[in-house]
Design a protein around this ligand. Structure first.
Ligand code: NDP
Ligand code: NHF
Length: 347
């Protein structure tokens, strides 16, 4: 399988290392507009093609998969061109900065019979594995989940582009809710196995800067008989990650690398290897790529990643709308667009 990486920043560089650890894949090309980053790419991929433009890559052909690692604003245009040129696409998060864009891209993938797969790598993190185990067989019926992601600032991009692009509405599409919130939302959708009925959200921006992107967000996903609370901050003055799930018969709590649980086997405390220490999370990539491969081999399952992209975009768009009206709970926006699923209006 031949892959092209588009965008050779932090994520693109991590991806090149990640592909080296999976057999049967060759990174055949890297597309990167910045000369400084192209030099870095050429050093790390001496036998591959390194080029400045996506058009050049698509005209030359010879790749099966385009892996989009640019800042968010370019995800949809780059992915759209790759899909229409006949490539499968893996795309960094957030796949799209709006629900409409996400739905349009999903429709493009469907009409061109190509797989659109999100780089939702927290889905194959050790935190997610433990939470899933607890929910599947340990804590009884899931009643609540709580995710808290605290940072003293936003992650910085590479030198040579704009290290602060995460605070640019134009490039990032939003702030921490879209950046790290995306990971929390798809993790919640996987754990609860359904879409929430209602969302409420408040966001914090720098004082006196109403146009700045959100630097803090508090989201409640209401699933009817259970809730998920997500708290995110770029101004917490520390770096910490907490995840917990509570059920009718126990709980599991992850505080960075420490896990505390209570369930049918009594209380447990253990260490978690590889929590979330850097930005690229290399060891989470092989299992995510294995899932990509399995999904690719079974077109009957291509709707699964598409549903997750759309569901995540619906939650985040509803959350921003709730924040715009002072945090009022709102019904989930958007329709269920899965093939064969029809929204029935209540009579
Ligand atoms: N899933 C995860 O764990 C992580 C995901 N990410 C995601 O990866 C994406 C990139 O973030 P990150 O790597 O940190 O950002 P960086 O700023 O480190 O890198 C972005 C790179 O993309 C290039 N680029 C910008 N526009 C284009 C374009 N139109 N075509 C091709 N290349 C382009 C930039 O080069 P140039 O100067 O030429 O524009 C730069 O080299 C984001 O969506 C982010 O959310 C990032 C880190 C971890
Ligand atoms: O996806 C990523 C991993 O998490 C970081 C922040 O916590 C993000 O900024 C980055 O884009």
């Amino acid at each position: 399988m031949k892959v092209a990486i588009v965008g050779f920043g932090t994520a693109g560089g991590g991806r090149l290392s990640g592909y080296r650890s999976v057999p049967g894949v060759e990174v055949a090309a890297i597309v990167e507009p910045a000369a400084e980053r192209r030099r870095a790419a050429a050093e790390q991929l001496p036998h591959g093609r390194v080029m400045a433009s996506l058009d050049e890559l698509l005209a030359e052909g010879g790749v099966d998969v385009v892996d989009v690692c640019t800042p968010p604003a370019y995800h949809v245009p780059v992915a759209h061109r790759a899909l229409t040129a006949g490539c499968h696409v893996i795309c960094e998060k957030p796949v799209a900065v709006s629900l409409a864009d996400a739905q349009e891209l999903i429709a493009t993938a469907r009409s061109h019979e190509r797989l659109l797969y999100p780089s939702h790598n927290y889905g194959t993190s050790p935190m997610m594995r433990l939470l899933r185990q607890a929910v599947d067989a340990g804590i009884g019926r899931l009643e609540s989940a709580r995710f808290q992601i605290l940072r003293d600032r936003h992650a910085r991009g590479v030198h040579g582009f704009r290290p602060d692009w995460r605070r640019s509405r134009e490039l990032a599409g939003g702030g921490i809710l879209l950046d790290h919130g995306t990971h929390c939302v798809y993790m919640a959708l996987r754990l609860f196995g359904e879409l929430p009925a209602k969302i409420s959200c408040t966001v914090g921006r720098p004082v006196g800067s109403p146009d700045a992107v959100d630097e803090e967000a508090a989201v409640r996903m209401d699933f009817g008989s259970a809730v998920c609370d997500i708290e995110l901050s770029w101004r917490a003055g520390l770096r910490a990650n907490h995840y917990s799930v509570t059920g009718t018969e126990g709980f599991l709590r992850i505080d960075d690398d420490r896990v505390t649980a209570e369930g049918p086997d009594g209380p447990q405390v253990l260490d978690l290897a590889s929590p979330s220490r850097d930005q690229t999370h290399l060891d989470w990539f092989p299992p995510m790529f294995a899932d990509f491969r399995q999904t690719l081999a079974d077109p009957g399952r291509w709707h699964v990643p598409a549903d997750e992209i759309a569901g995540t975009a619906r939650v985040i768009e509803t959350a921003y709308r709730s924040a715009a009206v002072g945090g009022a709970p709102l019904a989930l926006v958007g329709d269920d667009t899965r093939p064969g699923v029809h929204t029935v209006s209540p009579v």
